[in-house]
Design a protein around this ligand. Structure first.
Ligand code: ATP
Ligand code: MN
Length: 470
């Protein structure tokens, strides 16, 4: 017989029905009247089901001692109306089986209220806590909402490679993938015959230097320029050594790419995307989000509803710089036209000045990637970043440069060798079209959705500098 999920029991099981509930004990309370009360959680929802255990059940004295916080149990019982407030029903046990004990002297989650730092070292157990159970369900609902948004609009889900040899954007961020014997190379035993470079990648697995992808965009463009609107949704790797609360070395990114879109269309899609997925998760995970609102970030629900209900503000980078210069704020990093915006600047705009999400456009070309379309002013490019309160940048996007010759000169300006991008350039030689796209960071979106302060608590197994323990 398949088990009954706690979510279903709490929501719809009728009093009088028999259920088979299985899960992990959160708390046990023994009362004087010869009863025990167990709070059992199986992860199917935020709530626990209360199980009332009669001390007269066979063997009670023996097995009740084995039931401690963290123990796994199987309960056969009857659904009854709950006299307590806050819950519709509870389960009166007819049969209790202890599947696995959890020694209270050593079980790491015996007590409540551990720090997030401590829990990160217990990545194998933290999903059993309220916070990380809720995070897992919200993450799942968010991914589902993301797919639904694009599928409803006829986008094709394409899979771009994880191992890549097209070293797009800054090489410093690339994790190298190799089968060369690094220890041997380091000790002087050459894997190669080259004299200028110590390593000859012709001898490496792929016959050339390879790495983990920092973005699926360039390959997504191939498909956008063939089958229409597409999106990628997969893991992305960046070896940037930034120990911040907003950066991971491995994170998930959603990257739609649309032919025949210009920047305005791109912004419209990005805005509608962010507002729709937030709305969907608000509808689907009310209990989990109520918990985050109560325990993590008291403005959470209010701010999420505000985002759903209001249009984003749109302005140019140049206008934003003027606002920041006039703000009278002292920033850690001073602002001037031509510098990249830091999180503190992005947060000032969204939290203090506009108090809602902002889309900034037309950034200086020297701080943006080679593939962004150049404006006629020859100073700025058709870039757009979506900035949100509490986090800053959540989306980076642009209209792509579709003019072959301009793209070549931009590559040269950025110190890239156009020959390395021959296939990307051919997309502009054969049937080029205007197109645009953006990238949304999944874990930053989860920070926004849950109010969790550190991005390392928004992914099951965080990877960051010196951190890859599970
Ligand atoms: P930032 O300036 O904040 O480091 P970026 O400009 O390098 O970000 P993009 O290359 O534009 O980021 O990537 C698109 C989106 O991917 C970002 O808006 C963000 O949501 C997410 N993202 C980028 N880098 C990381 C990272 N290291 N960890 C988690 N999410 C990231
Ligand atoms: Mn960006």
């Amino acid at each position: 017989m398949p088990r009954d999920l706690v979510a279903k029991v709490l929501k719809s099981s009728q009093p009088g029905s028999t259920v088979d509930v299985r899960g992990w004990v959160r708390t046990k309370r023994e009362s004087k009247g010869g009863f025990a009360f167990l709070e059992v959680n199986d992860g199917s929802c935020f709530g626990n089901v209360q199980v009332v255990v009669d001390g007269k059940l066979p063997g009670y004295e023996t097995w009740i001692k084995e039931i401690t916080t963290g123990a796994s149990v199987a309960i056969l019982g009857e659904v009854v109306e709950s006299p307590g407030k806050g819950q519709r029903v509870e389960v009166r046990a007819n049969e209790v089986r202890v599947l696995g004990t959890a020694d209270s002297a050593t079980y790491p989650l015996q007590k409540k209220g551990h720090s997030y730092e401590f829990l990160r070292e217990k990545a194998h157990l933290r999903p059993r806590t309220n916070t990380f159970g809720a995070m897992a369900r919200v993450r799942n609902a968010l991914c589902d909402a993301i797919h639904r948004f694009f599928q409803d609009r006829g986008f094709l889900y394409v899979h771009t490679p994880i191992i890549t040899t097209s070293d797009c954007e800054g090489a410093g961020q690339l994790f190298q993938v190799t089968t060369l014997d690094i220890a041997k190379l380091a000790s002087g035993g050459r894997e190669s015959s080259g004299s200028t470079s110590p390593v000859d990648y012709a001898h490496d697995f792929f016959g050339k230097k390879a790495g983990l992808t920092v973005s699926g965009q360039l390959e997504a463009e191939i498909f956008a320029c063939a089958v229409g609107d597409v999106y990628t949704f997969g893991p992305t790797f960046r070896a940037e050594n930034s120990n911040t609360t907003r950066h991971l070395s491995e994170f998930w990114m959603v990257e739609p790419e649309m032919p025949f879109y210009e920047l305005e269309d791109d912004m419209d899609l990005a805005e509608s995307f962010v507002r729709t997925i937030i709305k969907d998760v608000l509808n689907r995970c009310p209990d989990d989000l109520a918990f985050f609102n109560e325990r993590i970030e008291p403005t959470l629900l209010e701010s999420l509803h505000h985002i759903v209900e209001h249009d984003f503000i749109r302005l140019t980078y140049t206008e934003a710089i003027e606002i920041l210069l006039k703000s009278g704020q002292t920033f850690e990093y001073p602002v001037s036209w031509g510098t990249d915006l830091q999180s503190e600047h992005e947060r000032y705009l969204t939290e203090q000045h506009f108090k809602q999400p902002v889309i900034l456009t037309d950034y200086p070309r020297q701080i943006k990637s080679f593939y962004m379309r150049c404006n006629d002013d020859s100073k700025t490019v058709r870039a757009m970043d979506v900035l949100v309160p509490r986090i800053g940048e959540i989306i980076g996007g642009s209209q792509r440069e579709e003019r072959h010759d301009l793209l070549v000169s931009r590559m040269q300006e950025c110190g890239l060798n156009p020959e390395d991008y021959w296939w990307y350039l051919e997309l502009r030689q054969y049937g080029t079209v205007p197109h645009a796209g953006f990238g949304l960071g999944l874990e930053r979106t989860l920070q926004l959705m849950t109010g969790m302060h550190n991005i390392r608590d928004c992914i099951p197994f965080p990877r960051a500098p010196k951190t890859a323990d599970f």
